[in-house]
Design a protein. Structure first.
Length: 399
């Protein structure tokens, strides 16, 4: 089976798909990943064949201003590059058996599968299949429960309206007829743990929660000696990192983090945040990108942005968290942790106060919260998300 994986998003969006591509290769199949150049590090480290798509997501997400401005930048990037993405997908997809499509490139990927005459399967880290169980994770507010299902449909149609013209221009260049409505019947695989989010009973039979798509450490990887020395020198530290988030009020967030951590030991992953590690107190140990599944079990708690991938990896490690959401689905995952008793406080990066984040971290470090986090992690580690996803892709490809 040959699978072309097409996605466009942040590093946190791409890394799980690189893990899935690697799992396909390990199972004897062929896989090739198309994604933004700045997000392909994990694929290259795993030896997964990959190609950069046109565009620069780092620049789009690092622009100064509100998160709304960053979202507008991402929309403009997608509209500007849809035709190029489709041509790249058609060139690399020749002879493939299935397209796995995700993120901002989903409409392009579904069009490519149509042109190539092969099945398309959606791959997401955020639940977008309509359900009455919960509202769309992308809503900036929580509607009455009666409108949960409608909120998913509303988001889907709004996305299609935003990208329809660009998608149809790209389709015309590829010799495809214009499309008037979004796709709704393709199978969907979700790299989401059913322990963190139980599968809604009203989902269709082709929507699957497989469990997290977590890559192994790259071959030959070993932890930096300085980090090992730091970890061995005292109690487990607090992990602090905000992934691919950028363009926010770094001074406000830095002040809140420093106050919350206080005199505790901490490891700090800069990511795309723009926070200078040199500006942090000496009890913060800066780290470069490394396998979080190795580091997080060695931490006492985590302060993070609440992206799906980070939320899953922290929870899988059995570590409690203080989630500081910035945008999009991050508020949804923070709410899930509150529902599971891992968090209590409602926070937002745009308005966070030092005392509020400190209270959230203090709560996360309580014995009963740590026990609930450990039990959740044990359940999640028993799941085989990659194995389940590979088996489903075989089924949908007819392999």
């Amino acid at each position: 089976m040959r699978v072309l994986i097409l996605t466009y998003g942040s590093e946190g969006d791409t890394r799980p798909l690189a893990a899935l591509g690697h799992a396909l290769v390990q199972a004897g199949h062929q896989a090739h990943l198309l994604a933004d150049a700045a997000t392909l590090g994990s694929a290259r480290a795993l030896g997964l064949p990959c190609t950069a798509l046109a565009g620069d997501i780092h620049a789009a997400m690092s622009a100064e201003g509100s998160m709304r401005r960053i979202e507008a930048n991402l929309s403009r990037l997608t509209i500007a590059h849809s035709a190029q993405w489709l041509q790249q997908a058609l060139a690399l997809g020749a002879g493939c058996d299935l397209l796995l499509v995700s993120g901002l490139a989903a409409f392009v990927g579904l069009s490519a599968a149509e042109a190539l005459g092969v099945p398309a399967v959606g791959a997401m880290l955020i639940p977008i299949s309509p359900t009455a169980r919960f509202a769309s994770p992308f809503l900036p507010f929580t509607p009455p429960r009666l409108f949960n299902r409608a909120s998913h449909l509303l988001f889907g149609h709004a996305s299609w309206r935003l990208f329809r013209a660009a998608t149809n221009r790209a389709r015309a260049q590829a010799g495809l007829p214009p499309r008037q409505r979004p796709w709704t019947d393709q199978p969907m695989l979700y790299g989401i743990s059913p322990s963190l989010l139980p599968s809604p009973p009203d989902w269709p039979g082709n929507a699957h929660l497989t469990g997290q798509w977590l890559a192994p450490a790259p071959p030959g990887w070993s932890p930096p000696p300085a980090l090992l020395q730091f970890l061995e020198a005292g109690e487990p530290p607090v992990y602090v990192g905000f992934g691919s988030m950028g363009g926010f009020d770094t001074a406000r967030v830095r002040e809140a983090v420093v106050h919350a951590v206080g005199g505790r030991r901490a490891v700090f992953h800069r990511g795309w945040s723009g926070i200078d590690p040199a500006s942090l107190p000496p009890n913060f140990h800066p780290i470069d990108p490394l396998p979080h599944q190795w580091l997080l079990p060695r931490c006492a708690a985590a302060i993070h942005h609440g992206g799906s991938g980070t939320t899953h990896t922290v929870a899988r490690a059995g570590v409690p968290a203080a989630v500081l959401p910035f945008a999009g689905d991050q508020f949804f995952w923070a709410a899930r942790l509150r529902r599971l008793g891992i968090m209590r406080h409602r926070l937002a990066a745009r308005s966070v106060r030092p005392g509020a984040l400190a209270a959230a971290l203090d709560h996360a470090l309580r014995a009963e919260v740590r026990a609930r986090a450990a039990a959740l992690g044990e359940r999640m580690r028993a799941e085989d998300g990659l194995g389940a996803a590979v088996a489903l892709l075989r089924r949908y490809a007819g392999a």
